[in-house]
Each structure stands twice: as C-alpha cells, then as structure tokens.
Design a protein around this ligand. Structure first.
Ligand code: HQG
Length: 181
C-alpha cells in the first residue's frame, strides 16, 4: 500500500473499530473492543474499494500508524483509544502528576466552566507528552494546551486508565484540576 492508501485504510479501520462496527456487521468484544483479524479483513474486503486488501496490509497499517492507533494481540486487533461505540474497559492506573490535553480556543470557556468532558467519545483523552496533545488540539482551530493536575484529580475522584504509548484516558476532569500552559 502506498502512503495515501494506508492513511485511507487507517481511517476506515478507526470507523470500524472505534465508532460504527454494527453498521458493517462487525461485532466487537464488549470487554476490550477487539475482533479477530480475519473478521476485520472480511468486513474490509466487503467494501468494493478494499476488496484487494490483505492481512499484511492491515498489519502494515497498524505498524506504521504514527500515533499507534491500533494494537494486534495474537489473532485479535483493536483500536487502542478513541472509541465512541463500546465502552472499552481499561485497567485503572496511576498517571504521572501532570498530563496534557490539547484543545482549541473556542472550547476553552466551556472547559473552564465544566471541566473536560468526553463529548462524543467514551473517555477524556490525555497524554504524557505535548506532541500527542498538540496533534489532537490542532485539528479544530487555534491550539490551546492544558495541563491536568492528576494528583488533585484523583483526590476529587477521577479515575485514570493507561491506553499505552503515552495516552491516558479519564472520566470527566473538574475545572479546578486544569490550567492552561
Ligand atoms: C473538547 C484523535 C466543550 C475537547 C485526537 C476536544 C486525539 C470540550 C473536543 C483523540 C469540553 C472533543 C481524541 C467541554 C472537552 N466543553 N468542549 N466541557 N471538554 N472538550 O475528538 O481529545 O487521530 O472527541 O478539548 O488526535 O480532541 O483520531 O477528543 O476538542 O488523539 O487517532 O471537545 O482522537 O486521535 O473532541 O481527541 P474529540 P480529542 P486520532
């Protein structure tokens, strides 16, 4: 697959593994949001545009994803984060004392008032480093980087979950734990 085909396949895979699997007749494990690699391949191949895709193409797309959006474990594949469909269960963990969230200027007043909400996804997305937060926040307008005081958040009852590769997921984060950088 060339780069642009890979990006396009990756987008289709996020749709299938994060958002609307049922629309394509794909069933994800309710625990971890995974399915068999061969099931994913069958659903992808059913789309005329992707009828020629092989398991190796999927593996290559998973490996090359800069943000490591997917994980292959044995015969199964899943999205690591980003789900709207299926509340995937993660192990709670203790994050570094500061995590980052990238957002855009227009969302800031609401975040200052209500804190960080999962909005269309199952969890709030945070990261250990600024790179991931910058990529996330740059998508919708003028970037604003926020620092989350996780010690304070845990004291207020927020649970954090590690999704791997520097990404942390959380229940809603109260405004008192959030400060612009
Ligand atoms: C904002 C992509 C109003 C929040 C990204 C964000 C990430 C509020 C938007 C990953 C709010 C939700 C997740 C509140 C938060 N009022 N707006 N109270 N609380 N928001 O896409 O974190 O490339 O659902 O700041 O790059 O942006 O797809 O979440 O702007 O890594 O792999 O509401 O998804 O990764 O947007 O992005 P999203 P996100 P991929």
């Amino acid at each position: 697959l060339n780069h642009s085909a890979e990006v396009s396949l990756s987008k289709f895979m996020t749709k299938l593994l994060r958002h609307t699997p049922q629309q394509y007749g794909l069933f994800l494990d309710p625990e971890d949001g995974s399915c068999l690699l061969e099931e994913l391949l069958a659903v992808i191949n059913a789309a005329p545009k992707w009828s020629h895709i092989t398991e190796e193409d999927i593996r290559q797309t998973v490996t090359n994803s800069e943000k490591q959006r997917f994980a292959i474990e044995g015969e199964r594949v899943k999205a690591r984060y980003g789900h709207s469909h299926t509340k995937v269960a993660y192990e709670p963990g203790t994050p570094p004392s500061v995590l980052y969230h990238g957002t855009h200027q227009n969302a800031l007043p609401a975040i200052v008032k209500e804190g960080l909400q999962p909005m269309g996804r199952q969890y709030v997305h945070l990261s250990e480093g600024l790179h991931f937060a910058t990529l996330a926040g740059s998508r919708r307008g003028k970037l604003v980087l926020l620092a989350v005081d996780t010690v304070k958040a845990v004291e207020s009852g927020v649970t954090f979950y590690y999704a791997g590769n520097e990404v942390w997921l959380a229940e809603p984060v109260p405004p008192a734990c959030i400060a612009p950088l």
